[in-house]
Design a protein around this ligand. Structure first.
Ligand code: KMH
Ligand code: ZN
Length: 283
């Protein structure tokens, strides 16, 4: 399999999420035009992958298949980013609808490794659902990104790989989602513990810290040689009390943090190769 130089930094942007309303945050990209414009700006700023949640005409989260397909097409026409669709959806989305996301044929999909309390809600990921979604991703040739919200989910990943083998593409990429109320803390200590527990099969990982944990997690991830996810899904302030203006602003900050530790933003071609997508060099 082709390699990507070790100094490269994968920056994933998660621009929208499913939990923030447009009313609360008018700069959140919720229409297709806004999403495409954000994606282009973030690619120009140094992002190589986009983690996508979409909205309906009223800006509410949706998993409408037609819209998902149009979104994948539009992102591919306008950018060369790795297109990752969320299968997490919102905390209210039924499991059946979340499985159907793969019908939109993204390069990658998120795949959360267990159920997590999510503030006052529950983000439901029962083990049989995790197994079904994983096998579907293998069948459909979609590269999963394993979302790990707590340490138990890191161990569950080992159990999944033991039972069903490697993902499509042969690489294992994880993302530590830290600081969710109900999940692991967004601290350097928690990150070090999670990285130490990762299965030997893991070939790359990124991390993101929700809200005020964003900088502590980003700096810890860089210290441990990891990659970064940033975006308005995860954080809405650039500093205490100061709203984020755009997703590109968060990508620019990630690039600057990477520069401090001599990491170069990964190109989109390198990201496709790193992850083993069907559009990558090793495919
Ligand atoms: N919206 C969260 C409940 C994912 O995209 O896979 C779940 C989430 C994870 O955002
Ligand atoms: Zn998400």
């Amino acid at each position: 399999m082709p390699d990507v130089p070790a100094d490269r930094l994968l920056i994933t942007v998660a621009p929208t999420g499913a939990e923030t309303t447009k009313d609360a945050c008018p700069q959140l990209p919720t229409t297709l035009d806004e999403l495409v414009a954000t994606a282009r700006d973030c690619e120009a700023a140094g992002a190589a992958m986009i983690h996508v949640h979409i909205r309906d005409d009223e800006h509410r989260p949706t998993l409408d298949l037609g819209r998902l397909k149009d979104t994948v097409t539009a992102l591919r026409e306008n950018t060369s980013l790795v297109v990752q669709l969320s299968t997490g959806g919102s905390v209210h989305d039924p499991l059946e609808d979340r499985l159907k996301v793969l019908d939109a044929e993204p390069d990658s999909c998120s795949l959360t490794m267990g159920t997590t309390n999510f503030g006052d809600d529950v983000f439901s990921n029962p083990w049989p659902f995790v197994c079904e979604l994983y096998q579907l991703s293998q069948e459909r040739r979609v590269v999963p990104e394993f979302e790990l919200f707590d340490l138990g989910q890191v161990h569950a990943l080992q159990r999944l790989l033991n039972k069903y083998g490697l993902p499509y593409g042969g690489r294992v990429h994880c993302d530590l989602v830290m600081g969710v109320p109900g999940g692991m803390n967004g601290t350097a200590d928690a990150l070090v513990a999670a990285v130490a527990a990762m299965p030997a099969e893991v070939t790359s990982w990124s991390a993101t810290g929700i809200g005020r944990s964003t900088l502590a997690v980003a700096l810890a991830a860089l210290s441990k040689g990891g990659h970064l996810r940033v975006g308005m899904e995860d954080v809405l302030t650039i500093s205490r009390g100061v709203p984020v203006e755009s997703n590109a602003q968060l990508v620019e900050r990630a690039v600057a943090l990477g520069e401090l530790v001599q990491r170069t933003p990964m190109t989109t071609d390198e990201a496709h190769t790193l992850l083993g997508t069907s559009r990558g060099a090793g495919a």
